[in-house]
Ligand binder design. Structure first.
Ligand SMILES: [Zn+2]
Ligand SMILES: [Zn+2]
Length: 348
């Protein structure tokens, strides 16, 4: 094995990223080395690329970033119990310390000392990645690498839907990013009676339709909240999955939520928001659920059941594929002003 590999690096405390040859990661006793077959670009990676406030406070260059991946185990540490050389794996990206209260009470995904792969540690936009054994997920060997690489965000969508009790319910999914699109397919697969999906950009609204939305609306040419209230005879929906973090979407989400309904919050607002607790929650008798990451590993078993049994086909959301060396083309596709892209998958 050569000792250098191609990787996408954040080298400087500034916008952008660079391709370079770096050392292949050395693994600790509780880690595995994976030869990356496919990796996909996440919104988090765009924050790192753009070097926004969040990135400036969190990222310590030099860093190989990227976290969504699939590949083959080529080396295991001496204490690794589950993974074997040759396994086809993906990574849970939340790295728990396995010692805190949350970890010891079945909530590893919100570990108090959580580290994130490709954010706090070197990541997946490379030919090789070192993954802690606890985060290794064994894939069905028949799963195509590009699908295997998007399981982490697909898992966010799975967790959001599964927590929200959508079976037989009229629901609204707010957000046209890949996770909103995945959530539409998952909600239909697990028995939501009717899915209203609300997006912004025409290309993405088409994706929401392709993923099975019964009604797909755009905030560009209508008032989706009014439309949904009209189409539900003024009752509103049983469940809102909020996947944008935009203050207006959150406000609309509570407006269209039926009394006694469930509001599941996944989208992250960029700042504090003004919020009417009385009208939106207390007098509405609403239930609010916060979603962070994926349940470790209940969500992974569920998402695998959905993918392996072909109950959801996420492939319409994968709109671009490039070799890793064309990383910049992938970033450009995602940053296009009209968002004419879904998920971008890179192949080292
Ligand atoms: Zn991600
Ligand atoms: Zn912990």
């Amino acid at each position: 094995m050569a000792d250098k590999m191609l990787a996408v690096m954040k080298k400087n405390k500034a916008p952008g990223a660079e391709l370079d040859y770096v050392e292949i990661p050395k693994i600790g006793p509780d880690m595995v080395l994976v030869k990356v077959k496919a990796c996909s670009i996440c919104g988090t990676d765009l924050h790192i690329y753009n070097w926004d406030n969040w990135a400036q406070n969190r990222i310590k260059p030099p860093l190989v970033f990227g976290h969504e991946c699939a590949g083959e185990v080529v080396e295991i540490g001496s204490q690794v119990k589950r993974a074997k050389v040759g396994d086809f794996v993906s990574a849970e990206t939340h790295i728990p310390d396995q010692t805190c209260y949350q970890c010891r009470t079945g909530k590893m995904h919100i570990c108090k000392n959580l580290k994130i792969l490709g954010v706090d540690t070197d990541g997946a936009f490379a030919e090789y990645i070192a993954i802690p054994d606890i985060c290794v997920w064994k894939n069905d060997p028949s799963l195509p690498p590009q699908i295997a690489s998007i399981q982490e965000p697909f898992g966010n969508a799975t967790y959001t839907v599964m927590e929200s009790d959508v079976q037989g319910k009229i629901i609204a999914i707010l957000g046209d990013g890949p996770i909103g699109c995945f959530a539409v397919g998952i909600a239909k697969a697990v028995g939501a009676a009717k899915v209203f999906a609300v997006g912004e950009f025409p290309f993405r609204v088409e994706l929401l339709k392709k993923m099975g939305a019964d009604v797909a609306l755009s905030i560009q040419n209508s008032s989706p909240a009014d439309e949904i209230m009209e189409q539900t005879s003024g009752e509103g929906v049983d469940v809102v999955l909020e996947m944008t973090g935009a203050p207006k979407a959150i406000e609309d989400g509570f407006k269209i939520l039926k009394k006694g309904g469930t509001f599941t919050a996944f989208g992250i607002p960029s700042d504090k928001i003004l919020f009417d607790l009385n009208a939106n929650v207390i007098f509405k008798g609403a239930k609010i659920i916060g979603i962070n990451g994926r349940l470790m590993f209940q969500t992974w078993y569920e998402l695998s059941n959905l993918l392996n049994n072909k109950l959801v086909d996420p492939s319409p959301v994968i709109t671009h594929k490039f070799p890793l060396k064309d990383f910049q083309k992938g970033i450009d596709a995602l940053l296009s002003p009209n968002k004419e892209s879904g998920k971008v998958v890179l192949f080292p």
